[in-house]
Structures are given as structure tokens and as C-alpha cells.
Design a protein around this ligand. Structure first.
Ligand code: KG4
Ligand code: ZN
Length: 355
């Protein structure tokens, strides 16, 4: 079966085609980074308007690509949440309308399940069960994954998500948006011994995270050095590295704690911050030290993309098949309901999980 995947939850317009027999056929991404950069962050209304402009040409492009060979789709998957409501509505209305006109099922996908399943698109996919560290702009989650559809949240951020902390810290250092790649780029020139920032919540039991105090600590440090904000380039690099090391170390401590507590032997890392080189190297080292293995999607499948939505849509479609999805337009299908706030644990309904 062939499934079209559509991603519009935030500031990337993504579209992809996944084939259950052949794997990923084609994927394309239109980033809105240049649009939002001048405002220092994502402007929701502009994001939605840009998805409207970009999505249909992008879908048209992959459907008529040489890779797709003119093949018809068997289902359409779209991100239904969590995310920005206006942005989500664009993908939902296009996805549902295409499915209706082609008389095929429309599959609503949870954005974080997309991230969680992204490593399955790689050559060496992790076998179930595993622990997933999902680190994006809006979420930091540690999830025990028993099998497809069975997700137990072990820990999460109580305030800023890891990506959000990168973005806010970059902003206060004058590094612009998006903050994660900017911080890790400039941190390469940093001195690792100049600043040692706190590792939040590592001395308390449990697997929750809190990054807002770390961000405040960086602000206080920067202000104490230069109240006017004119930090020299070397100091900015040193602070950026101190911050990056604190986040990476904190995530590492929680991941090894989660592996030890659950006895799981595999860790997957996904979501935008999962593209961070220092984090990938560190987690590979600490999993090896405790006899576990780390898996990641390629960096372009860590950040938002249509491929992960097509794949997660295929997984959901397999679950829906037993429920015989309707392909004629009923009242539920006719509504473009999206879920800007939506817990990953809520999509477990109907799946036979062991716990
Ligand atoms: O998953 P994602 O693309 O979008 C959301 O679902 O939020 O994640 C975006 C986040 C942003 O906060 C961005 O700064 C961060 O991922 N990010 C990174 C890197 N690349 C993207 N953070 C650290 N290092 C990176 N290389
Ligand atoms: Zn995301």
C-alpha cells in the first residue's frame, strides 16, 4: 500500500510517500525559517498562511515525481496535533479533502508518534521494546515503548522543552532563530572549562526535566559579565558550550536512569534536538557503557518532516484496518478537527498493551 504523509504542525511544510513494500519513496520539505527569522521566532498566523501557499504545490510535486511513477495513493496521513492550530488546520483540510476526493482513508497522526517512529525509516531500525527520548521545540519526553501504539510516558519537561531552552538561550545571546543549530555551531569554538552551568533536577529521583532555571542561569551569567549585553564572540561561544554541555549531560543522566529502571536495552533519540551532534555522540557513549544501544534517525528526520508522518500514518492505518475505516464522507470525516494539545498516551486506546 502507498500512503501520502503531510506535516504542517509548526514551521516546516513536509510531504512524503511511503510504500509498505518498498519503504520511503520520496519526501520534500519547505522550511519557513527565513520567514520567521526576522521576528526571532515562529509567528503562528504567518506559519499557517505560508502552509496554505506551499502545501498543494509540494504535494503535487511528489505525486508527479519520477520516484512515485504515477502510482495512486491508498491512504492520506496528516498531522492532527499537537502543534499550532492554524498550521494544523491547513494540513488537515488538504489531507482530508484529498482522501475524500480519492475515496481512500484519511489517517490522523500524532506529531510525536511521528518523531518516535522516525528511526524506523533507517536501514538499521530498532527492534521493540525500547526507551524513546523525544526532544523537540515543544516537548521533552522519555517514553517506554513496548510496541507500535503502546507508549508510557516516564518523564517530561515541567516547563521549557529542551528545544525551547536552546531557542530562548540563543535569543538572549543574540544568535537568532532557530536557536539549536546556532548554539551548537558557535559552541564549537567554546572553552569547556570556562562555565559550568547546573544540571537541572539530576539530584532528585524521577525522570522529569526542567530547563527554564538553566536558561535563567545563563541570563544571569551573561548579565553579570556585561550588563549592557555587549559580550565578545569568545564569551558567547564559551557560554553556548557551557549551556549545550549542561543540556546534553542532563538528558544523558535521565536516559541512563530510564534504561536502568526499566531494564530496556535500546534507546532511540528523535525530535529536532536529536539532530545535535554532541547529544548523539554523548548518548551513544553512555548507552554503550551500560550495555545498551542507541538508535537515531538521520538529522533531517529528527527535525520536522513529512516522511515520519507518512510512516506513522502507515502504522495507524494498519491498526485502523481492523476497524474497517469508512471511505465515504460521514459527519466525522467532514469536520477538520485538530488537536493543538494532545497527549501521546491518549492514542493508545484500542491497542492491546501489556501494562
Ligand atoms: O522537532 P522539531 O523540528 O519541531 C518541533 O516539533 O518542535 O524541533 C525543533 C527544535 C527547535 O527548538 C530547534 O532549535 C531544535 O529543535 N534543534 C536543535 C538542533 N536542530 C534543531 N537543537 C539543538 N541542536 C541542533 N542541532
Ligand atoms: Zn516536531
Amino acid at each position: 500500500m502507498r500512503i501520502l504523509g503531510i506535516e504542517t504542525s509548526c514551521d516546516d511544510t513536509g510531504a512524503a510517500i511511503y510504500d509498505s513494500a518498498k519503504g520511503l519513496i520520496v519526501h520534500r520539505l519547505a522550511s519557513q525559517v527565513d520567514l520567521h527569522r526576522q521576528y526571532g521566532g515562529v509567528v503562528p498566523e504567518l506559519a499557517a498562511r505560508d502552509h496554505i501557499r506551499t502545501l498543494m504545490p509540494l504535494v503535487d510535486n511528489i505525486l508527479h515525481s519520477s520516484e512515485n511513477e504515477g502510482k495512486k495513493m491508498d491512504a492520506v496521513a496528516y498531522t492532527a496535533g499537537p502543534g499550532l492550530s492554524g498550521a494544523l488546520l491547513v494540513g488537515a483540510s488538504v489531507g482530508k479533502s484529498l482522501a475524500y476526493s480519492w475515496r481512500i482513508p484519511a489517517v490522523a497522526v500524532h506529531h510525536m508518534e511521528g518523531h518516535l517512529l522516525a528511526p524506523m525509516l533507517e536501514e538499521n531500525p530498532p527492534p521493540f521494546p525500547f526507551i524513546a527520548l523525544l526532544v523537540s521545540g515543544g516537548h521533552t519526553l522519555l517514553v517506554d515503548v513496548e510496541k507500535e501504539g503502546c507508549y508510557q510516558i516516564l518523564g517530561q519537561s515541567l516547563d521549557d522543552a529542551a528545544g525551547e531552552a536552546f531557542d530562548k538561550t540563543a535569543k538572549l545571546l543574540g544568535l537568532g532563530y532557530p536557536g539549536g543549530p546556532a548554539i551548537s555551531r558557535i559552541a564549537q569554538n567554546g572553552d569547556p572549562d570556562r562555565f559550568h552551568f547546573p544540571r537541572p533536577m539530576v539530584n532528585r529521583p524521577g525522570l522529569d526535566f526542567s530547563f527554564s532555571g538553566l536558561k535563567t542561569h545563563v541570563r544571569t551569567t551573561a548579565h553579570a559579565l556585561q550588563p549592557e549585553g555587549n559580550l565578545d564572540d569568545q564569551t558567547i561561544s564559551d557560554i553556548a558550550l557551557g549551556f549545550e554541555l549542561a543540556v546534553v549531560d542532563t538528558l544523558g543522566i535521565k536516559c541512563s536512569r530510564a534504561l536502568k529502571q526499566t531494564g530496556r536495552k535500546r534507546l532511540i533519540i528523535a525530535g529536532g534536538v536529536g539532530a545535535n551532534r554532541r547529544l548523539r555522540d554523548h548518548l551513544r557513549r553512555i548507552t554503550a557503557d551500560i550495555g545498551a544501544e542507541a538508535f537515531y534517525p538521520r538529522p533531517e528526520f529528527c527535525t520536522d518532516n513529512g516522511a515520519m508522518i507518512a510512516y506513522a500514518g502507515y502504522v495507524r492505518w494498519k491498526m485502523m484496518k481492523s476497524e474497517k475505516p469508512e471511505t465515504s464522507m460521514n459527519q466525522k470525516q467532514a469536520s477538520f478537527d485538530v488537536k493543538p494539545r494532545w497527549s501521546l498516551e491518549d492514542i493508545q486506546q484500542g491497542v492491546d498493551c501489556q501494562r
